[in-house]
Design a protein around this ligand. Structure first.
Ligand SMILES: C[S@@+](CC[C@H](N)C(=O)[O-])C[C@H]1O[C@@H](n2cnc3c(N)ncnc32)[C@H](O)[C@@H]1O
Length: 270
């Protein structure tokens, strides 16, 4: 993983929350929140919470006396999440690296993490940290994207940018968000971290955008792909977004666009 892959800062949080979240994250957040809430947990830790799409779905499902600690590596994402959430005395916001959690052993019933594990530089270490802070029988509930070929817009944007930068194609989307899709490896990593009772479900959904430009702007400007494009040419962002728009429009038309998305949803018991 490149260093810039984990930087969600500057203009990224705003574009991420307003464009990316409705496009591909909201639908999976509803499911993940239902899974996390299913055991009526008294204490929940969310890691890699980003701009808070799961937090907004899960908080209403938790009991009045629940403790809900919401964390992310990047403070600008967490600021965005906290501003959207509104006052809720059950929620504690805290910047934290999922690989070095500043919490006691056995202090949560559920750890949940939506589309964050792909960003962990060492997944076994990240899973072991989640397991450490879980109580006996606690559950780690998380999801990861399937391979990029199963995720239409991401694949089309990646091909369009490879044509624009043929000597040094920006591969963020393939390398990181879509780079950890092997379910055998996920099981093995969880097992090495000490988890038992691992369940994995592959879930296909449809991503809907008002236009090809909307989807292209989301990927090119609302993710760390933006960092990669700007590193190649500081002024290339508008042109790169145009090329990605053309690629999506060529497949899905100029009007509202719908593309397949697919992810693995995992529940691992301590
Ligand atoms: C694709 S976003 C997912 C955010 C949110 N869970 C959602 O569903 O919209 C990935 C998030 O992982 C965070 N992240 C990256 N590395 C991390 C780490 N080591 N520990 C905690 N969070 C991390 C990023 O800041 C970013 O907010």
């Amino acid at each position: 993983m490149a260093e810039s892959d984990k930087v969600f800062a500057g203009s990224i949080p705003k574009f991420y929350d307003t464009l990316m979240v409705p496009l591909i994250f909201e639908a999976y957040a509803t499911d993940l929140a239902a899974l996390a809430a299913a055991s009526s947990p008294g204490a929940v830790l969310e890691t890699a919470a980003g701009s808070g799409v799961v937090t907004r779905a899960l908080a209403p499902r938790l009991g009045a006396g629940a403790r809900y600690v919401v964390t992310d590596l990047n403070q600008p994402m967490l600021d965005y999440a906290a501003a959207r959430q509104g006052a809720d005395s059950r929620i504690e916001w805290q910047q934290a690296d999922a690989l070095q959690l500043p919490f006691d052993d056995a202090s949560f019933d559920v750890v949940c993490c939506q589309f964050g594990a792909m960003f962990f530089p060492d997944r076994v270490a990240g899973y072991a940290e989640a397991r450490r802070v879980l109580r006996p029988d606690g559950r780690f509930v998380f999801n990861v994207w399937d391979r990029i070929e199963e995720n239409a817009f991401a694949d089309e944007v990646t091909h369009a940018l490879a044509a624009l930068f043929p000597h040094d194609p920006p591969r963020f989307l393939a390398r990181t968000p879509h780079g950890y899709h092997d379910t055998a490896l996920i099981r093995e990593d969880l097992g090495r971290a000490g988890f038992t009772g691992i369940e994995i479900e592959t879930l296909e959904k449809l991503s809907r955008a008002p236009s090809a430009r909307h989807a292209a702007t989301a990927y090119c400007q609302g993710t760390p792909l933006r960092n990669e494009i700007e590193a190649r040419d500081a002024s290339a962002l508008p042109h790169a977004t145009d090329r990605a728009t053309e690629a999506i429009a060529a497949r899905h038309g100029d009007g509202p666009a719908a593309g397949k998305i697919q992810a693995h949803v995992i529940v691992a018991t301590r």
